[in-house]
Design a protein around this ligand. Structure first.
Ligand code: ASN
Ligand code: ZN
Length: 322
């Protein structure tokens, strides 16, 4: 969710479909019968060995530990959104068990998908609270798994910023779907409530207004651009994957608010069709992605549809299409 050099290296490695990943998949328990998720929550007990001690399985009783229940519920809400909105059964589309580890390390202020499972820290107690509390953060990380199995966008530069943006978009949709919110009602934030009291900020990122999520002396100001004119050329953060993601994030927000209704309907369908089309290059840039969303909108809703118009207008507004 937030930038961390060690995690970035790890995440890139995770995208290589390495032997460890294949072995873990092979060892994973079978899909639950009856059309639901298969969840497991483990406790790292403040160490870094994964997955840690199994503390809650699918259908098991709630724990007295909120982090365990939040991971269970957040992965469940994300599974339900992908199932009900897109007919997708889990991260791989084939019922992959959703494995989470909570209480990872000490003072660990992040969450991540390691290529095979979710990992959540408890926060540092100063700036960040625990990372299990926001459905959109959990949805963000699980969507990295969905992207890994679909468009597999290379985690660097524009394709990396698209990878990040897709996680923010479907993370926000998981929360909106869980709460039954329309585009007009949604907060369009990633990680609302993740900051400790006293931090000047509302969330990690905003799709409605990239660059406005926080402005705190200890964190600096939210650096996300919302238009190509402010595109950040940098070698940090794999070429600004968590920064320039503000541009496609804002395009999705503009499509959703132009069309109204629920963002997991037409806007989400267009974005989902784009990442699952099989024709988007893994190294796609913003303009490639924009044209692919136009194709998806035309296929789904027709060449004279308001959906296609909203998509074209949004990409023009953020400066990606002329
Ligand atoms: N939470 C971060 C993310 O999902 C972890 C990382 O891979 N940098 O982007
Ligand atoms: Zn991410």
């Amino acid at each position: 969710t937030v930038d961390d050099p060690n995690l970035r290296a790890r995440y890139r490695q995770s995208l290589q479909h390495d032997a460890v990943f294949r072995a873990r998949r092979a060892a994973a328990p079978p899909t639950a019968a009856g059309g639901g998720p298969t969840r497991e929550v483990h406790d790292a007990e403040h160490e870094t060995a994964l997955p840690g001690r199994l503390v809650r399985s699918e259908g098991g009783n709630p724990s007295s530990d909120d982090a365990i229940n939040e991971a269970y519920d957040g992965t469940g809400a994300t599974w339900t959104m992908f199932s009900e909105c897109f007919g997708r059964d889990s991260v791989d589309g084939a019922g992959l068990p959703l494995i989470s580890t909570v209480h990872y390390d000490r003072d660990y202020a992040n969450a991540f998908w390691d290529g095979a499972q979710m990992v959540f820290g408890d926060g540092d107690g100063v700036i960040f609270r625990g990372f299990t509390g926001s459905i959109d953060v959990t949805g963000h990380e699980l969507t990295h798994g969905v992207t890994q199995y679909t468009a597999n966008l290379v985690y660097e530069g524009q394709s990396g910023a698209l990878n990040e943006s897709i996680s923010d978009v479907f993370g926000s949709l998981a929360k909106q779907h869980h709460l039954g919110q329309s585009s007009a009602d949604a907060d369009w934030l990633i990680g609302a409530g993740i900051f400790q009291p006293g931090v000047q900020g509302v969330a990690l990122r905003s799709l409605a207004a990239p660059g406005t999520a926080y402005d705190d002396p200890r964190l600096g100001r939210d650096p996300q651009p919302s238009h190509m004119s402010s595109y950040l050329e940098t070698t940090d953060d794999n070429g600004g994957v968590h920064l320039n993601s503000g541009i496609p994030n804002h395009a999705f927000y503009l499509v959703a608010t132009a069309l109204g209704g629920n963002a997991y309907e037409a806007p989400g369908q267009i974005w989902y069709a784009t990442i699952t089309s099989g024709s988007l290059p893994e190294s796609a840039g913003f303009a490639d992605f924009a044209r692919a969303t136009q194709s998806a909108a035309e296929t789904l809703y027709g060449p004279t549809s308001p959906e296609l118009t909203a998509v074209t207008t949004a990409w023009q507004q953020v400066g990606v299409l002329p």
